[in-house]
Design a protein around this ligand. Structure first.
Ligand code: GUN
Length: 295
């Protein structure tokens, strides 16, 4: 068996067409959804992500603001910028790109973001609302994974979902979302991580395996049940002498071999990747709708 591919580009396009319609309705009311992205320092990967977020915003006809601050920015200066964005009526959602320089406490910054403008859904109030099943926003990457499952017709109700990884950005919220009541959820969820004993024994029980552990090709064919749906959230740069820049991107799953046993799988790149920005845009549009009480 060779797995069916679940492609983020295809799934995100259907969401973008819905977002364009909602943005059109807001604009007809004279409201342009505004998203701001704050980047501190010169981390090359962050620079790429921030550029992509700004570009997508403009493509959708939203008001896009990118704020680049030097590495030497103090915590107080960044807090002042966050407060300025909290008070700016033209900005409906914003985020501060992580990681931040070591001298700035990330939690302090996240806690200062107005929860109504928290496009990442990283603020503890929004994380709590998501956990109790009454979300304002959903965290972008797990929400993207859930939409991929829903829109590619993967049944989740009653299925055993194994989440590999326990980060605050992906693993923990992913598990919390899949265990909720409702569409694209209602699953039985197990979380495994770097300290889990007999990890392959557990991953082999997954009907749906969601992998976000940050280790290149960590999930091998022998760790996957025949017919499982495999979602690979990993992006790892590995050396590749044949590549132009000497490296290439691989996921946390040994794609070439696992695709022989899975029923459906997401590639890297081209799988989950495009979904994160898409769901960020969805959060920004939702924040605008909520702020203007159109919904
Ligand atoms: N760094 C890596 N992923 C993310 C994300 O989704 N949001 C923010 N703010 N920073 C990140």
């Amino acid at each position: 068996m060779t797995a069916r591919l679940i492609l983020g580009k295809e799934v995100s396009e259907s969401i973008y067409s819905e977002l364009r319609e909602r943005i059109g309705k807001l604009k007809a009311e004279g409201i342009v959804p505004g998203l701001a992205v704050v980047l501190v320092g010169e981390d090359p990967a962050s620079q790429v992500y921030v550029r992509m977020k700004g570009k997508k915003c403009e493509e959708l006809g939203m008001h896009s603001v990118t704020i680049v601050l030097p590495e030497s920015t103090t915590e107080a200066e960044l807090l002042a910028k966050v407060n300025e964005l909290n008070a700016d009526d033209s900005i409906h959602g914003f985020l501060v790109q992580l990681p931040l320089p070591k001298h700035i406490n990330e939690d302090t910054i996240i806690n200062a973001i107005d929860p109504k403008k928290d496009a990442d859904c990283f603020h503890p109030e929004n994380v709590g609302r998501m956990l109790i099943g009454d979300p304002s926003f959903l965290p972008a990457t797990p929400a993207g994974v859930q939409q991929m499952l829903i829109r590619s017709g993967v049944e989740t109700s009653g299925k055993h979902v194994v989440v590999v990884g326990r980060s605050n950005i992906v693993g923990k919220p992913m598990a919390a979302m899949m265990v909720q009541k409702g569409k694209g959820a209602d699953s039985t969820v197990t979380v495994v991580h770097s300290r889990t004993q007999n990890l392959p024994e557990i991953t082999r029980q997954a009907d749906i395996l969601i992998v976000a552990i940050g280790k290149a090709r960590f999930i091998t064919k022998d760790m996957v049940k025949e017919g499982a749906v495999v979602i690979d959230v990993g992006t790892n740069r590995v050396p590749d002498p044949a590549a132009k820049n000497g490296s290439r991107l691989v996921g946390d799953v040994d794609f070439e071999n696992v695709k022989e046993i899975a029923s459906a799988i997401t590639p890297v790149p081209g799988g989950v990747g495009p979904m994160t920005i898409c769901m960020l845009m969805a959060n920004a549009v939702k924040a605008t709708e909520c702020a203007t009480r159109l919904r």
